[in-house]
Design a protein around this ligand. Structure first.
Ligand code: F6P
Length: 365
């Protein structure tokens, strides 16, 4: 057994859940305990558990059977930012910095370092805690695949598979009824899920935030298909898609959240416009949180496991303030600030977009 730089570590899952979180937790616990003889404590419900001291030890027995399970055994939330924590004063809700509570709780439990499994919001908080003196390593999670310091986040492959299955199912009913089917998928400000599932499912139109669309061009595509005796069409639209010169459709705001904006509703907007422009019966499916649920794919299980083991290896080597990442085929690591810098958007002149265009898929421009 190697001598690790730290012996007692914490782990938490923050932000929206993604398939593969349990696979990371399992790999963290197994690697920490078996390889390094560490003790692992799991904080419940993201940073909320760190603030409120909701913690339990995670032994190898606690992670038996969780590899194929969706969700997270620790719970999560996309609220509870310790640097911007809501408290009610009188009739007013104000935001205060409660990060000192985290340092108290960490010291009560003798925790020397923390694994933060999260997207840009949770990793930004992890970076702030690191700057304040906590030894942190990050693991990149999100179905949106929008973190720039890694080639892929875990959770994306499962969401993509779910969206692809949905397109396959929509195809058969669209064909039978000679309808236009609009599928709205998640992805926030990035079009990865829409573009990749649209390609995998054989969509006719794919609309992504990175390429603002002209609805007349989309309608022309649908009409052109009708003239080619293709009486149905499939449109995949990312929740963040927007018309040229227009705005994204916001469904609601969650003020306590790291990013308060919740997108959603563009599918209905597109469907109404397409129905009136083409006269073709159009239906909408909003795939929503189905994309975040269920058992992770084999790819996500393996990636999540490699990330979990990689994160513990970093802690054991004393490499803090870093995030594990995928570069090509290899697990590497980068400073946390790189992980939370710019979002990783679909390159508009990249190969995937080019392939879509060469197949005749309409991207709305
Ligand atoms: O970031 C993951 C994600 O699922 C986005 O694709 C989506 O916009 C958002 O989270 C939904 O958040 P909530 O869980 O608050 O509905």
């Amino acid at each position: 057994m190697n001598r690790p730089a730290v012996r007692r570590i914490g782990v938490l899952t923050g932000g929206g859940d993604a398939p593969g979180l349990n696979a990371v937790i399992r790999a963290v616990v197994k690697t920490a305990v078996r390889e390094y003889g560490m003790t692992v404590l799991g904080f419940e419900n993201g940073f909320g558990g760190l603030i409120k001291n909701q913690v339990r030890e995670l032994t190898e027995n606690d992670v038996v059977g969780i590899l194929p399970r969706g969700g997270t055994i620790l719970g999560t939330t996309n609220r509870d930012n310790p640097f911007h924590y809501p408290v009610v004063k009188g009739n007013e809700k104000i935001f205060v910095d409660v990060s000192d509570r985290i340092f108290e709780n960490v010291s009560i439990h003798g925790i020397e370092a923390l694994v933060v499994i999260g997207g840009d919001g949770s990793l930004s908080i992890g970076k702030e805690l690191y700057d304040k003196g906590l030894k942190v390593v990050g693991v990149p999670k999100t179905i949106d695949n929008d973190l720039s310091a890694t080639d892929q986040t875990f959770g994306f492959d499962t969401a993509l598979t779910t969206a692809t299955e949905a397109i396959d199912k929509l195809h058969t009913t669209a064909e039978s009824h000679h309808r236009v089917m609009v599928l709205e998928v998640m992805g926030r400000y990035a079009g990865w899920i829409a573009l990749a599932s649209g390609l995998a499912g054989g969509a006719d139109v794919i609309l992504i935030p990175e390429i603002p669309y002209n609805i007349d061009i989309v309608a022309e595509k649908i009409n052109a298909r009708s003239q080619e005796r293709k009486k149905f069409s499939i449109i995949v639209v990312a929740e963040g898609a927007k018309p040229i010169g227009g705005e994204m459709v916001v469904n609601k705001r969650v003020e306590d959240s790291f990013d308060p904006v919740r997108l959603g509703g563009i599918g209905n907007v597109i469907a109404q416009q397409i129905e009136s422009l083409t006269g073709k019966e159009t239906r909408v499916t909003v795939l929503g949180h189905l994309q975040r649920g269920g058992s992770p794919t084999a790819y996500d299980r393996i990636l999540a496991t490699r990330y979990g083991t990689g994160a513990v290896n970093l802690l054991a080597e004393g490499k803090f303030g870093r995030m594990v990442c995928l570069k090509g085929q290899n697990i590497e690591d980068v400073p946390l600030e790189q992980a939370i810098g710019e979002l990783h958007n679909v390159p508009v002149h990249g190969e995937l977009v080019k392939v879509a265009r060469q197949l005749g898929i309409c991207l709305g421009d």
